[in-house]
Design a protein around this ligand. Structure first.
Ligand SMILES: [Fe+2]
Length: 359
């Protein structure tokens, strides 16, 4: 289990109103008369959902909410999940979707094709302490600095041709060819508040996890995973000692390490009988939020100085981000692993070391 217990409230924090207002104003450029659809499930407290609805109404928007069943299997199985036709119909009418339930899905792909914008306050997943996460990582963080640093990281990664990730007491190396890849800031802003123009049509909070999508076939070497493992079924689990993953040409070929989680992961993957689930890394992202923590919220992907790599499906993410121009991995599942403080060399120069970025 993740090692930190955040504040799980039983009442509305007044601060949540301020952070939701900031999200609508600065991240979404919400205007009067727009149609806002809030998608949720029972994992998220009602006062969080009501805050998103009420604050949107205070902007003069029409805001409705639809609560779905809790999706079976959690985030890992989002690429294969089915959603009710009623939800599809409402999504087709929305200008802005606040998604606290669906994540990677055909439903969201279709909504984007209709010109809708989508913001996921919890990375496509609801949770019992989303209020705490948003207050801590947006209201109590300097998000303008986070956004600007995310832009710098994306620019540096776009320039790089090679990436070496060095982890563990034996300084194992995982090498990823970054040539020809364009990194994105992934800072959660649909709207660029500096340029006063739209930045993207689909974004995740909290900010930020700049990074790259990786084509099939790239990634060789060994990495020691010591932070979060998102796998089956809804767990974001922290190994009690590192899991050693060995890659050859963008395929996971061996799982080692003393922790029982290594065997759990291997048994789960073998049981899936899904060849694509062994593909990876399919994305590489850098956490740049100083207030993000290793909790059971996907905020762990933003922990400052950490890296998160995805495994398995990336085809839906590719559709969500538009045509990326190369082949992306396909699977029924998407899972992730995080290293807390790796050393990263870009083209032989230190880019990240001991939780500090060199930009
Ligand atoms: Fe991922």
């Amino acid at each position: 289990m993740a090692s930190i217990s955040p504040d799980i409230a039983t009442r509305l924090k007044p601060d949540l109103i301020a952070v939701v207002s900031k999200i609508y104003r600065d991240f979404c450029n919400l205007q009067a008369g727009q149609q806002v659809l809030i998608i949720s499930d029972a994992r998220t407290p009602d006062f969080v959902i009501a805050s998103f609805q009420g604050v949107a109404q205070s902007f003069g928007a029409d805001a409705v909410r639809i609560e779905c069943a809790i999706p079976a299997g959690g985030a890992t199985y989002q690429p294969g999940a089915q959603w009710p036709a009623m939800l599809e119909a409402a999504a087709a009418k929305a200008d802005l979707i606040i998604d606290m339930a669906v994540g990677y899905s055909e439903l969201i792909v279709n909504a984007l094709k209709n010109g809708c914008r989508v913001l996921c306050p919890g990375d496509g997943i609801g949770g019992p302490f989303m209020d705490d996460v948003l207050i801590r990582t947006i209201l109590h963080a300097d998000v303008d600095s986070v956004r600007k640093e995310a832009d710098l990281v994306a620019r540096r990664m776009t320039k790089a041709k090679s990436c070496k990730i060095i982890t563990g007491p034996e300084n194992d190396v995982l090498e990823i060819d970054l040539s020809g890849l364009e990194a994105v800031a992934a800072d959660g802003y649909l709207w660029d508040p500096d340029r006063k123009e739209w930045k993207t049509n689909w974004a995740f909070l909290p900010p930020a996890q700049p990074g790259v999508l990786i084509p099939v076939g790239r990634g060789d070497g060994v990495v020691n995973v010591d932070a979060t493992l998102l796998h089956h079924p809804v767990y974001h689990e922290k190994p009690d000692s590192p899991i050693k993953l060995t890659f050859e040409k963008g395929r996971l070929v061996a799982i080692g390490g003393a922790t029982p989680l290594a065997a759990t992961l291997e048994n789960w993957l073998r049981g899936l009988e899904d060849d694509g689930a062994w593909n990876g890394p399919v994305h590489l992202n850098i956490g740049v939020n100083p207030n993000a923590l290793l909790t059971q919220s996907q905020e762990w992907e933003r922990v400052y100085g950490s890296i998160t790599c995805g495994m398995g499906d990336l085809s839906l993410l590719g559709q969500l981000m538009g045509d990326v121009g190369f082949e992306l991995s396909r699977s029924r599942v998407h899972w992730d692993w995080t290293v807390a403080q790796p050393t990263i060399l870009l083209d032989g120069e230190v880019f990240l070391k001991r939780g500090k970025l060199f930009l």
